[in-house]
Write a new protein. Structure first.
Length: 456
């Protein structure tokens, strides 16, 4: 098996007699080499047979795809575009400007051009853009032997054969049957005898993210796509949904981390674009943290009277921010998996108040012991004669701050989702910033209640 360095060496030294080895590479190996070595990518695709090139093309990064198509000889580019699966061809063309699409459509065969234009007509981000019209349909009146004969005749041109789809005379989907059922039943049995009229279908106008949930909840390699009248238009396959899910998960994780989602891999995105993607959120978070300084300024007199309170400010606000970030991340992921929705808000509130209270007590005990041990062992800094009041303030403040952090961190994603915004926008840094400001208010309010008449 050729390694990435072997491929580069073969192309670099123009070993024509060994180019046949390139077609034995896996699609992933071809794509990995192409993504890493832009200089040799076009030459590699020039010497691949059309079938191998088409299989690997969908794994190549979008910008590299465009470079390859533009750089290949016109005949080779036409062969590659026509050989792509309809959904892969649509995904590539949908990212190009209109003029480029218009030129590339000219090199497609009439049948392929009509098919591509139809898929491109669906709204961006819809299941229609994700589906392929290559499927095998049968009739209820067919026998198992008829179906097997059809598979032998047409199966090679079909992307997925795990399920076959039964249509009526109007093209309406009435059932789907696993291919194994035709293999284990008598060849003379009719398709109608195998039907149970229970099937799962996607609507062509559904959001692509909805397809991810359906595939996640059902063990299927392919699902049919129908219009509003139930007419079968195509299928969505598992490999396309897995790539989509990976992309969506990546975008979500980047947003949770407190930045805009990157639209290309980290290793290839330019430094200016990387900075722009991160600067906006950092500015917003910085402005939010400025409120923390405002809050501290409000309690300047209290801090001057009991300087010891300032020692625990980082501890208090970081505990609240960490608990809020935890809760936010957990709820966002639960929402993405369909485990939690806005209808569950009261259940979430109860659970997070309870967990926040218990977690606050645990951290409060640790904080109390910290003051106690430092005081008894004489470790600097000393908390003075009123050390017990300081320890009590830390204990109760941590309970309040952690409870507030878990509550706000869990509810903010639900509220944003209810308002039609992206829950991932309630990123961990955003929640932490929010809790920092309110945490100071809670801390100094508790301190005033406990220390009033003593240190304050």
């Amino acid at each position: 098996m050729l390694g990435l360095n072997d491929i580069k060496n073969l192309l670099q030294h123009n070993k024509i007699t060994e180019f046949v080895k390139l077609n034995k590479l896996t699609p992933r190996d071809i794509a990995d080499f192409t993504n890493r070595h832009s200089r040799w990518a076009v030459k590699l695709f020039q010497h691949l047979d059309t079938k191998s090139a088409a299989r690997a093309f969908k794994f190549v990064r979008k910008k590299k795809q465009e470079i390859i198509i533009k750089s290949l000889p016109e005949e080779k580019a036409a062969q590659l575009l026509n050989a792509l699966q309809p959904d892969d061809r649509t995904a590539f063309l949908s990212l190009l400007p209109g003029n480029a699409v218009k030129e590339l459509l000219k090199v497609l065969t009439p049948e392929t051009r009509a098919e591509t234009l139809k898929l491109l007509g669906y709204e961006e981000g819809s299941v229609g853009r994700l589906m392929t019209p290559d499927y095998l349909s049968i009739k209820a009146s067919d026998t198992c032997q008829d179906v097997l004969n059809k598979i032998r005749k047409l199966g090679q041109a079909t992307e997925n054969l795990n399920f076959l789809f039964i249509l009526d005379e109007k093209g309406v989907l009435i059932d789907d049957i696993n291919i194994k059922d035709f293999l284990v039943h008598d060849p003379g049995a009719h398709v109608a005898d195998l039907m149970d009229h229970q099937f799962i279908a996607l609507n062509v106008n559904d959001a692509q993210t909805a397809a991810i949930k359906v595939f996640r909840n059902n063990s299927r390699f392919a699902l049919p796509v129908t219009d509003d009248n139930g007419v079968l238009l195509g299928i969505v396959t598992l490999d396309d949904v897995l790539r989509l899910a990976e992309k969506e998960d990546t975008r979500e994780m980047q947003k949770i981390g407190g930045s805009e989602a990157l639209d290309e891999p980290y290793n290839t995105i330019s430094l200016p674009r990387l900075i722009r993607k991160r600067a906006g959120w950092l500015i917003i978070l910085f402005l939010g943290e400025m409120l923390t300084a405002t809050a501290m300024g409000h309690y300047e007199k209290e801090i001057s009277k009991a300087v010891v309170l300032a020692l625990f400010i980082p501890l208090i606000i970081s505990s609240g921010g960490n608990s809020g970030s935890q809760a936010s991340s957990i709820i966002i992921r639960a929402m993405a998996l369909g485990e939690v929705g806005f209808r569950d808000w009261w259940r979430v509130v109860r659970r997070e108040i309870a967990s926040g209270f218990i977690l606050g007590i645990i951290l409060g005990v640790v904080g109390f012991l910290r003051v106690l041990i430092w005081q008894k062992l004489g470790i600097q800094p000393s908390y003075g004669e009123e050390w017990f009041l300081v320890a009590g303030t830390v204990f109760f403040a941590l309970i309040g701050v952690v409870m507030w952090g878990t509550l706000s961190g869990s509810m903010l994603p639900l509220v944003l989702k209810r308002c039609g915004a992206d829950p991932a926008a309630s990123s961990a840094p955003f929640v932490a910033t929010l809790v920092d400001v309110t945490g100071l208010v809670i801390y100094f309010s508790v301190a005033y209640i406990i220390m009033h008449g003593k240190l304050l």
